[in-house]
Design a protein around this ligand. Structure first.
Ligand SMILES: C[S@@+](CC[C@H](N)C(=O)[O-])C[C@H]1O[C@@H](n2cnc3c(N)ncnc32)[C@H](O)[C@@H]1O
Length: 240
């Protein structure tokens, strides 16, 4: 059967089923982190963080990671900040109670990170504020309409910017992941969800259309290996 990737898929991911067992979820999140490690998926965000920090030097920074999963991205940002002697307070937000439990277990040596259970689509922007919002491999879980509302809210609460890191929807990515996952991914759920995630992922045109709904912000959308887009949303500065 010919695969049609002309539009984002609406097929649900198995990991989003709230009935998923804790020990299974732990293995799935481990698989996702492992893929990120092998393909340096988080490195793209770290680079974007470093750039934003260098453009806005301050003594300390606050981060919110929306859809934080097992917290691996937060730990990488925390380590980057420690290494560069930057004070950072980091908060991971995730819908799933069990995921938050796993993230807390994995972050015992990171007192600068805290976790909150919250559906980020129901965010009360008055309750949250930060310098930088991170959103890695979470945007593709949302519908197009949800993405517009979510990015409008997050852009409003991030003083310095929002860094989205998500998947490129492409046939090449799909077939490469099929081969890659046969070797490197242990759980059936991560194998299956990885392919669904690519089908739910984005083209540059999709992200450009979303960015047009945020006219008060500046946008940089760049393709990165391996089949990722990094979309950096920053407040528009007045030009004199
Ligand atoms: C594919 S995982 C990515 C986890 C992590 N950011 C990473 O890069 O490894 C997507 C995460 O988004 C969370 N998520 C999905 N919908 C959400 C929502 N509406 N509010 C908060 N978290 C959500 C899921 O529970 C899951 O932990």
């Amino acid at each position: 059967m010919l695969m049609d990737l002309s539009h984002r898929s609406t097929e649900p991911e198995l990991m989003d089923d709230p009935r998923i067992k804790l020990n299974i979820l732990r293995e799935v999140l481990y698989d996702i982190s492992n893929v990120n490690k092998i393909l340096n998926g988080n490195g793209i965000t770290i680079k974007a963080v470093a750039k934003l920090l260098s453009e806005h030097p301050k003594s300390s920074y606050t981060f919110l990671d929306f859809g934080c999963g097992d917290g691996s991205m937060l730990r990488e940002v925390a380590l980057f900040c420690r290494k560069n002697q930057i004070n950072a307070k980091l908060t991971g937000v995730d819908l799933n109670e069990k995921t938050i439990q796993i993230a807390k277990e994995n972050s015992k040596n990171f007192p600068e990170i805290q976790y909150v259970k919250q559906d980020v689509l129901q965010l009360d922007v008055l309750k949250y504020s930060c310098d930088i919002v991170l959103c890695t491999l979470t945007l593709h879980h949302f519908t197009n309409e949800e993405i517009v509302t979510f990015t409008q809210k997050t852009a409003a609460l991030a003083a310095l910017g929002v860094i989205v890191n998500d998947l490129h929807r492409s046939k090449r990515a799909y077939y490469l992941y099929k081969g890659f996952s046969a070797i490197f991914i242990k759980t059936k759920i991560a194998k299956y969800d990885g392919l669904i995630s690519i089908k739910r992922g984005f083209t540059k045109n999709d992200l450009t259309i979303f960015s047009k709904k945020l006219p008060m912000s500046e946008h940089k959308i760049k393709w990165k290996w391996a089949f990722r887009y990094v979309w950096v949303i920053t407040p528009k500065r007045p030009s004199f």
